[in-house]
Write a protein that binds this ligand. Sequence first.
Ligand SMILES: Nc1nc2c(ncn2[C@@H]2O[C@H](COP(=O)(O)OP(=O)(O)O)[C@@H](O)[C@H]2O)c(=O)[nH]1
Ligand SMILES: Nc1ncnc2c1ncn2[C@@H]1O[C@H](COP(=O)(O)OP(=O)(O)O)[C@@H](O)[C@H]1O
Length: 614
Amino acid sequence: MGAEQSTEAPPAPEAQTQTGAHEQPDKHIPAALVICGPSGVGKGTLIRKLMEGNERFGFSCSHTTRSPREGEQNGVHYWFTSKELMQQQIKDGKFLETASVHGQLYGTSRRTVQSVAASGKSCILDIDVQGARQVREAGLNALFVFIAPPSDQELEKRLRGRGTESEEQIQQRMANAKAEIGSVNEEGLYDYVVFNNEVEDALAQLKDIAEQALQGLSGQGAKLSKARDAADAIAASPKGSQQSGTPKALAASNQELQPLLANPNGPTRAEPPGGAAGSQPASPAPVPDAAAGPSSSGGSSGSSTIRKLGAAASSAASTAAAAVTGTQPAAEAAAGDAKGDTSAAAVSTELSANEFGMVRWKGKVALVTGASSGIGRAICVELAQAGMRVVAIARRRDRLEDLQQELVGTHSMPIAHFLPVVCDITKEAEVVALPRIISKRWPEAGIDVLVNNAGLGRNNASLFEGSTQSWVEMVSTNVLGVCMCTREAVQDMKRRGKWGQVINISSMSGHRIVTAGGSGFYSATKQALRTLTETLRQEARALGVPLRVSSVSPGVVDTEFFNTARFGQAGESLADKMEALAPQDVAHAVVWALEAPPRMDVNDILVRPTAQSS
Ligand SMILES: Nc1nc2c(ncn2[C@@H]2O[C@H](COP(=O)(O)OP(=O)(O)O)[C@@H](O)[C@H]2O)c(=O)[nH]1
Ligand SMILES: Nc1ncnc2c1ncn2[C@@H]1O[C@H](COP(=O)(O)OP(=O)(O)O)[C@@H](O)[C@H]1O
């Protein structure tokens, strides 16, 4: 793609000994923006929208040996050239990078990049992965962004919908897409991964990143790239290397991002690469269907989520006594979701679920504490499957590594949707740093959903002879940790003006007092949590903000917690005594609270194993 029309022959790309105009970075010189991603993901669409009416960017019009598509113009979309000429120019060193893509030669000429840079603009390169590696290697001062599709199916749908490729070309592009998407795991290659689910959301993210490029984040690319994908560093970094007091996204760089500036505007388009092209604006290329909302762009993944959620809702509804604030019975919104998916009823159910269900949380960020095992882990899995981005908080790094493997390997979660952070929620400094870590990773995002799941029980806690240490640990985690996470999350929502939902994982012990084996103290912390949950709700109402506040109070769940916490009982654990709830049962209840329509605030869900008496 490009911005201005020309009918002239490709300008000879100048041979240069330097790698690019930004080799000596100056903070006043904009950095370039390298955009990568599989064919059909929407790179061209996003770049076009980013550049529309903004003269601070210049497009690097590539050379290619492929034939022009209908409507494509020489010097606008590409410099169309011959294989022989291009090969000769490559030999002459005139290209900053070249690659063979889908069987054709593509390349960025040095002259093109220099020409854009000379005009004081940020140069946008739409290049493939091989090219990105070369540009990174060449040391161009640039931010590297990978545009990722929401799913393979959606990618194929877009490719087909574009109608510019033959069946064979589509197959070739889909085959290549796999390896291209795999490149997000390459250490040091990309600085950001942007999911192009909704065009406007992706565009907003790209704009934030582009603003940083305009600030000329010289030499930051390589550093930022470490922050791009927390998951990568899990494998790379030595275990247990983080120090107390400094929570670490497992790959978060310590490099601070520059503050983002407000979006400047200005009409125009890029300079032509050779500097000699005509000056009339190119006719804008077709804009993607802006109506591609949840129901259409969510595609198959959206509906599979709905089906799964339907099952979740029914399981939650059948076992839960739900306390709900609102005008509708709790089960109503989800009723019918679990029906067969081929009926007309299922179709209309999907529509209503799209309107009110988990679809609206897709791409939003959920922070889950105590994510390393049991209920927290199951919640991460459910939310990931619903398409949310997940920040998993836990103290045990190795467990977060396992969780990542499960999410990415087994559940096909895009790795860039996952941010594992080693953090102890009883340490204030670590909790306070969380929003900053998240915004480093996803500059446009923040905490939309907080699931306060971390909690612990200690055996040695009776009031006659319990240890102070046990009491302190329980209060610190079950009460104070929850308060600190809540405060930081709601402050983050307030800063962004986006109010989401706080879900506290409480306990049946928050509703009735069981003192056996010294478990009364644990009960006290959960009773406190129950009070705090309602306090938060009332504070939000008093402030007039639409924050929703929920809690889920499970009975005995088959988790490490119940297997180790015997509350003074010898031998058999509580979970051994009966068929306990599965962690997924509780996670389903969380999903149910989330998918409730905005008018409905699910305040508490009580779930016991059928076999549990008290
Ligand atoms: N390395 C490199 N790749 C390029 C260049 N120009 C375009 N590409 C990439 O080549 C691939 C095919 O581009 P194109 O033929 O326009 O098809 P489309 O991406 O399916 O619209 C895309 O991944 C582009 O990002 C270039 O100058 N260098
Ligand atoms: N977020 C999106 N949702 C739905 N369709 C999209 C989205 N982004 C782009 N498209 C459409 O997908 C097709 C491919 O986009 P395009 O910009 O040509 O991709 P690329 O340049 O990456 O090959 C186009 O028809 C475009 O309108």
